[in-house]
Design a protein around this ligand. Structure first.
Ligand SMILES: CC(C)(COP(=O)(O)OP(=O)(O)OC[C@H]1O[C@@H](n2cnc3c(N)ncnc32)[C@H](O)[C@@H]1OP(=O)(O)O)[C@@H](O)C(=O)NCCC(=O)NCCS
Length: 170
């Protein structure tokens, strides 16, 4: 039977399951700009992050459930400065064994539906490594435009990687 994919708010999933989901995505992607442990040094740091999402106007955290199991996530975090609050960062990731099945596509569509219905966020930004071809293709397909190419944005050891700043108006 084909799997059923459904998008839900993060509160419908245990925080520990979300923590595990994000850790697995980070550990299976070479394109992230930081290690998972750097992003969330502890489970309590992750819980603080979730609380912050809950209390920030325009912020949300969507989870894609495959047959009710967390398979992917998308987070929208508005910028903090008072004059930039109409803009937000997008972050997303899909578990390795669920990539290429259209889940990323569904998550971006669901996020823009919510953003358009709330009318709080007007511009969504994201940063992606230029060699992350799957991600760049997905974002272009979803209508993100390239705002800037950032040469040597990432450095791993002595190797540099270009970054791409993309944005989409809601
Ligand atoms: C990038 C990522 C979010 C895409 O999500 P996904 O669910 O795999 O993507 P989808 O299946 O919805 O595919 C959407 C489009 O992306 C492109 N795409 C997806 N996987 C691809 C791949 N391996 N190679 C090339 N293009 C790919 C295709 O154009 C596809 O459109 P199509 O169905 O018309 O061919 C996912 O692969 C991922 O989480 N990667 C690791 C973490 C990461 O890189 N996060 C983004 C950081 S900016």
């Amino acid at each position: 039977m084909p799997e059923t994919i459904r998008i839900a708010g993060h509160t419908s999933v245990d925080a520990s399951a979300l923590f595990k989901l994000i850790r697995e995505v980070y550990q299976s992607s070479p394109f992230m700009s930081e290690d998972f442990e750097e992003k969330f040094p502890s489970f309590s740091a992750f819980q603080d992050f979730l609380q912050n999402i809950n209390k920030t106007t325009g912020a949300f955290f969507h989870v894609a459930l495959s047959d009710d199991q967390p398979a992917a996530y998308l987070v929208i975090e508005p910028k903090q400065a008072s004059r930039l609050k109409h803009t937000a960062w997008l972050n997303m990731g899909v578990l390795e064994n669920h990539r290429g099945k259209g889940i990323g596509n569904m998550l971006v569509d669901a996020a823009f539906e919510k953003i358009q219905s709330e009318n709080i966020i007007e511009i969504v930004y994201l940063m992606v490594r230029a060699d992350n071809l799957a991600a760049v293709k997905l974002y272009k397909q979803k209508g993100f435009e390239i705002a800037a190419k950032l040469e040597k944005d990432t450095k791993i050891g002595s190797q540099y990687f270009d970054g791409i700043l993309m944005r989409k108006f809601a």
